[in-house]
Write a protein that binds this ligand. Sequence first.
Ligand code: NAP
Length: 254
Amino acid sequence: MDRLENKVAIITGASSGIGRAAAKLFATQGAKIIAGARRQAELDQLIEEIRVEGGQALAIAGDVTDETYAKTLVEVATGTYGRLDIAFNNAGTLGAMGDTPDITLEGWQDTLSTNLTSAFLGAKHQIPALLKSDNGSLIFTSTFVGHTIGMPGMAAYAASKAGINGMMQCLAAEFGPQGLRVNSLLPGGTDTPMGRSVANSPEMEDFVKGLHGLKRIAEPEEIAKAALFLASDDASFVTGTAMLVEGGVSINKT
Ligand code: NAP
């Protein structure tokens, strides 16, 4: 059974990694996809793959820090497909990393802009359209870093992603009475270009795997399946949740 039949979904960060896997999975489940990211060629390749598999999708390239882009994604969803049911605000960056005294104000602000302000801009323009859906689902990609554990050198990333979780809770309370569900998804280490930029040597890969209770990192498709749950009516009573899908990083002590 198609779990997203007749639904329309915006997915950002769809040119790579988790967003790309989610776009493909959502499309196989019947959703019509509006795929966003900056790289047009990667998005075009994704759209081609979805269409070959019988799905419906289109790509709009842009920068999630740009409010006009957030507005355009919604206008394209409603203008082309007539509705918006799901918004998966997933685009993100590790941003400014390293010893906090060495982080520049510009690096800090860029990280917050790409990860947190983008989530606000997405939500701001998506919510009015999502409220017209019978079963709207608004999802943000956050992380376990800064939620259940701290990690050195990641203060800007953690702050930006923890900010998403705080905003998510308020949005869930604000729009729950109108039936909109709002959640965030907290992946563990995942085999994507971002994940690989941390696990960038055999030693670092072993270290990152060892952080997880399952002693491995995730495939992007495993995170996409959790996003599918939150997007679908299977999660009809799930809102306001920061959902850990992190292979046991947060409970691991070995
Ligand atoms: P990824 O493969 O590097 O993908 C990141 C995506 O975000 C790309 O599609 C990129 O597209 C897009 N993006 C970045 N900055 C953007 C901007 N300013 N405007 C528009 N799009 C932008 O990484 P990923 O692992 O799939 O990351 C997806 C999400 O998961 C992120 O929010 C990340 O923080 C989170 N996460 C990842 C891990 C992990 O271990 N991989 C763990 C926890 C959480 P363009 O470059 O084409 O713009």
